[in-house]
Write a protein that binds this ligand. Structure first.
Ligand SMILES: *[C@@H]1O[C@H](CO)[C@@H](O)[C@H](O)[C@H]1NC(C)=O
Ligand SMILES: *[C@@H]1O[C@H](CO)[C@@H](O)[C@H](O)[C@H]1NC(C)=O
Ligand SMILES: *[C@@H]1O[C@H](CO)[C@@H](O)[C@H](O)[C@H]1NC(C)=O
Ligand SMILES: *[C@@H]1O[C@H](CO)[C@@H](O)[C@H](O)[C@H]1NC(C)=O
Ligand SMILES: *[C@@H]1O[C@H](CO)[C@@H](O)[C@H](O)[C@H]1NC(C)=O
Length: 557
């Protein structure tokens, strides 16, 4: 009897194996048929900064959620897994292409509160540094924005989008490796240990958490539970908002209940740039889309091909690129809130007449003094990006931030919310600020439609480095023939606010030498926090890439 049983078991196992092999074959045949690259998805995908949040977004899609539901869930999750980058105390700019093909930009970036420090810009650092303190806090727009895009495009109940993150926040997560690395940076360590953030990120309120520790957000879990139940109003006109204002006031800030109450999301048409073999949709100012559009639009003038990534042609390409960015840097002050700056706008940046004119000012054999490229600005870092595509073709490209790492270091103990320091984005890029105004941004959540019928949702984080990282990824992929993963992984060159060129580790040595010979000055930029997350659908294959620089991983099905 026993023998017979084990023989039967063998039979089952064998049959099971046969089935598995047959299924695997079918799967391979299916993909080879369509010429899909390996690791691509058939239906939908999410690229967030972390595997945890990509998977939470994917699970929401699988449960019938739309790409907007997936993006909101992935962003909420990111506020716990990468709490230094974004959260409900911040703001976002989100580009959405709906099934009819219309592309809208939802801008719910922070605004200047009614009362603010009148001489705030005098406090701006003169060189790159983290801006600490409650005087930099802008009115958080995050939840108003989620509420509106969910109202327009949501399919699952609002509360459902919060469930997975509430659980993470309450149960805690093993300290993420990326966060450990950040907290070990002496500047960041000091910033956290000497601020109210220590309540969450320190052991015994003294030293920052490390490997083996559990990161918990008990207060934030409670807050999110309330918001999940009652909706965004509880933040903007209810008890969560009241508690937040109390905490901000206790920290010396000027945020008022009236600021929260009057926050409005701005919806606008996306701007478009013709890239030859693709059409790129970008968010208008105060987002950084015009700068991205200008750089990539200018690079179109050089008719790059896969050949351009070899030998002397490669050096030439990077030289032209760096020159383009130097001109873009000179135009950064044109990026502002158009409502408050009627006389100085950025519309020309993506006009082909302007782009062609500038391309004539770029020489192939030398670079110029900074004054050649117009006015300076200062650098910054931070932020996150999520790209999502769902089964119905709804496409979301979402960039979200609390500005610098951990914002201005202001934690609200009653709500568990970390507040942004978005007002420091005016530093070096504006001479005044007004109540209600949105600070200029580098964020540029983009959507590209390729001539071959493909769609690409792409965006990045890393403050000033966003534009370089996203522009080079697009150039690498669209024109140099690199697959999406390689296009994003390729080391970048970052042209800083002093127009010095800074090379990421692994950048081609011979190209660096060639560029030095053309007169480019090499800088010492130490913070390569550039991260690009993208989803692309081409020929019915969906490829999703989360940047390895932040140890990201995409998810889909
Ligand atoms: C797409 O967006 C446009 C503009 O907002 C709207 O008029 C249209 O109804 C939308 N289509 C779908 C299918 O959602
Ligand atoms: C900690 O922060 C306070 C003000 O918030 C400042 O006066 C003090 O110098 C800081 N200490 C250190 C070690 O940075
Ligand atoms: C934290 O405090 C607890 C008890 O108060 C103590 O057992 C533990 O050793 C402390 N940990 C550190 C890292 O100081
Ligand atoms: C959005 O902002 C732009 C620029 O300030 C403005 O022209 C437009 O009217 C705003 N739209 C809405 C819906 O508020
Ligand atoms: C660069 O090229 C221009 C002509 O295209 C020439 O006039 C100039 O002398 C060259 N400069 C250098 C440094 O080679």
């Amino acid at each position: 009897m026993a023998k017979r049983k084990s023989w039967l078991a063998c039979c089952f196992i064998f049959a099971g194996l046969l089935c598995a092999v047959a299924l695997a074959c079918l799967y391979i045949v299916w993909f080879v048929d369509r010429g899909c690259p390996s690791r691509s998805f058939k239906h939908a995908a999410v690229s967030a900064d972390s595997q945890t949040c990509s998977e939470i977004g994917r699970n929401i899609l699988k449960q019938g959620g739309s790409a907007v539901d997936g993006a909101i869930a992935a962003l909420l999750c990111t506020s716990v897994v990468n709490p230094q980058s974004m959260g409900i105390g911040g703001g976002s700019i989100i580009t959405i292409k709906n099934a009819t093909g219309e592309v809208r930009v939802y801008n719910f970036r922070e605004t200047v509160p009614k009362m603010f420090k009148l001489d705030l810009l005098k406090d701006c650092p003169t060189s790159f540094s983290l801006c600490k303190g409650s005087h930099w806090i802008g009115v958080p727009g995050e939840l108003r924005g989620y509420g509106l895009i969910h109202h327009h495009y949501g399919k699952l109940p609002w509360a459902k989008l919060f469930e997975p993150t509430i659980k993470l926040a309450r149960d805690g997560i093993p300290m993420p490796d990326f966060l450990i690395k950040l907290l070990n940076n002496p500047i960041v360590k000091k910033h956290v240990e000497n601020s109210s953030l220590c309540e969450v990120f320190c052991n015994n309120k003294t030293t920052v958490l490390g490997k083996g520790d559990v990161l918990r957000f008990p207060k934030l879990a409670e807050t999110m539970e309330t918001i999940a139940k009652e909706g965004p109003d509880v933040f903007y006109t209810g008890k969560i908002g009241q508690a937040l204002i109390q905490d901000v006031k206790a920290a010396g800030g000027t945020l008022e209940a009236e600021d929260l109450k009057s926050f409005r999301v701005n919806i606008s048409e996306a701007w478009t740039v013709d890239l030859g073999n693709a059409k790129m949709y970008i968010p208008p100012p105060p987002a950084g889309g015009a700068i991205l559009g200008f750089i990539v639009g200018l690079m179109k003038e050089y008719f790059l091909t896969p050949n351009s990534k070899h030998g002397d042609k490669k050096m030439q390409m990077y030289h032209h690129y760096i020159e383009a960015v130097k001109f873009a840097n000179g135009q950064k002050r044109r990026i502002n809130d158009p409502f408050y700056n009627r006389n100085e706008h950025a519309d020309h940046l993506i006009q082909s007449s302007f782009i062609k004119r500038i391309s004539k000012e770029i020489s192939s054999n030398h670079t110029n003094e900074n004054s050649y490229y117009k006015r300076p600005f200062t650098d910054s870092i931070g932020t996150t990006h999520v790209s999502v595509l769902d089964e119905n073709g709804l496409a979301v490209s979402a960039t979200s931030t609390i500005n610098h790492l951990f914002g201005g270091g202001i934690y609200s103990p009653q709500t568990g919310i970390i507040l942004n320091n978005e007002l420091s984005d005016f530093c070096g890029r504006a001479d005044t600020l007004r109540a209600g105004e949105q600070p200029p941004s580098s964020m540029t959540p983009a959507i590209l439609e390729t001539d071959s019928g493909g769609i690409l949702m792409i965006g990045g984080s890393g403050g000033s480095m966003i534009t370089s990282a996203v522009a080079l990824s697009i150039i690498n992929h669209l024109w140099l023939g690199m697959d999406l993963e390689k296009a994003i992984a390729a080391p970048i060159v970052f042209v800083d606010s002093q127009n010095k060129v800074n090379f990421e580790l692994g950048f081609d040595k011979s190209v660096i030498d060639g560029l030095k010979a053309l007169g480019h000055q090499v800088g010492q930029w130490p913070y390569f926090f550039n991260v690009v997350n993208a989803v692309e659908k081409e020929n019915d294959c969906i490829v999703a890439v989360s940047d390895k620089r932040k140890q990201g991983m995409s998810a889909g099905y």
